[in-house]
Design a protein around this ligand. Structure first.
Ligand SMILES: [Zn+2]
Length: 350
């Protein structure tokens, strides 16, 4: 190949019970002893960040803690502005998906590395080099660095509601159709396709499909399995140099819903339903996708997502406009309202 391909991977990954106790040791190992900026949420500070604050204070680190409110591009700019003079050596994000996404953007604006300490296993953003973040008019997919370290404490993740965990699994299942879309784009537009990244990403989906029964148990073994799959999915994106291995038409559908309406459905839940549609359009085994989502108790219908039928319909029709540069099966089938309605009915989503 004539062009150079850059891959950036995490250096330290720690998964297991009480992993959060090791944050200071990992910082030390990585050679950080200067100022540290911690980003966290109101609840997650109490559940997790306080433990890290104590470790670092005991070792006399100079830390500042910022509670992230509404995760948005504007808020990320404000937080980065507040901390420019402080000049932290590293940013640590301790929280759910949106805290981690904010951490990526803030770290990137400050041109500093960051550590990802997820408190839920709700999506593969915990390890990926991309942030999905809301602006006033659209959802931005921002290129960031891969985390320098990922520290995932299974005891903390166990404390989050099961629903978040199921959503993370649905996000992983969506890798199946993301890879199909990527391959299609390669055939139709000549876009770069990475066989290795695609296989790694597919494997993360397969392992969830195969272990759906175990996942429901939400025990140490299943949490570890899902975390490893989420991290692999993030690494697949690092290897590909884009979100392609884990984000196709099903993700466009999910982002399209978010632009149309405020909703309480989780990212992975919307992508899971999107995967049923995408797999149907690819003429693949969409029933297996639906069955797996049902087994892990993730939504498979408009009612379960809590989103009105007409929004899902509009979201599906408008999905290709979300990222016109991203070629997917939606570019092939060109859905109008009546076709889209037929598909949503056929797949029993509405
Ligand atoms: Zn996703």
């Amino acid at each position: 190949m004539s062009t150079q391909h850059h891959m950036q991977l995490p250096r330290e990954i720690l998964v297991g019970p009480d992993a959060i106790r090791e944050v200071q040791k990992i910082l030390e190992k990585l050679g950080f002893n200067g100022r540290i900026l911690i980003l966290t949420g109101e609840k997650t500070r109490f559940i997790a960040a306080e433990k890290v604050e104590k470790q670092l204070k005991d070792k006399e680190y100079n830390i500042s803690v910022r509670i992230v409110g509404r995760a948005s591009i504007e808020e990320a700019a404000i937080i980065a502005g507040e901390n420019k003079e402080n000049n932290p050596a590293i940013v640590i994000g301790i929280g759910g998906g949106s805290v981690i996404d904010m951490t990526k953007v803030v770290a990137s604006k400050l041109a500093k590395p960051y550590i990802s300490v997820p408190t839920t296993a709700s999506h593969d953003g915990i390890a990926s080099p991309r942030a999905s973040i809301k602006g006033t008019d659209k959802v931005y997919s921002i290129e960031a660095e891969a985390p320098l370290a990922i520290i995932a404490d299974t005891n903390i993740i166990k404390m989050a509601p099961y629903r978040f965990f199921a959503s993370g699994c649905a996000d992983l299942i969506s890798n199946r159709t993301a890879v199909m879309d990527w391959k299609l784009a390669h055939l139709k537009t000549g876009e770069y396709f990475g066989e290795y990244a695609a296989s790694l990403s597919n494997m993360a989906a397969e392992i969830i499909i195969k272990n759906a029964q175990l996942i429901k148990e939400f025990n140490e073994q299943s949490i570890r399995l899902v975390l490893e799959a989420l991290i692999s999915s993030g690494v697949a994106m690092s290897i590909a140099g884009s979100s392609r291995p884990a984000s196709g038409s099903e993700h466009l559908f999910s982002h399209s819903i978010d632009l149309l309406t405020e909703n309480t459905a989780l990212h992975g839940e919307k992508c899971g339903v999107g995967t049923i549609i995408a797999m149907y359009l690819h003429k693949g085994d969409w029933k297996l996708i639906r069955k797996t989502l049902k087994t892990i108790c993730a939504p498979t219908t408009a009612i379960e997502l809590g989103i009105p039928k007409k929004i899902l319909l509009e979201a599906l029709v408008k999905a290709p406009q979300i990222r016109p540069d991203r070629y997917t099966i939606l570019n092939e089938v060109k859905l109008d309202y009546s076709k889209a309605e037929r598909i949503l009915k056929k797949t029993t989503i509405i």
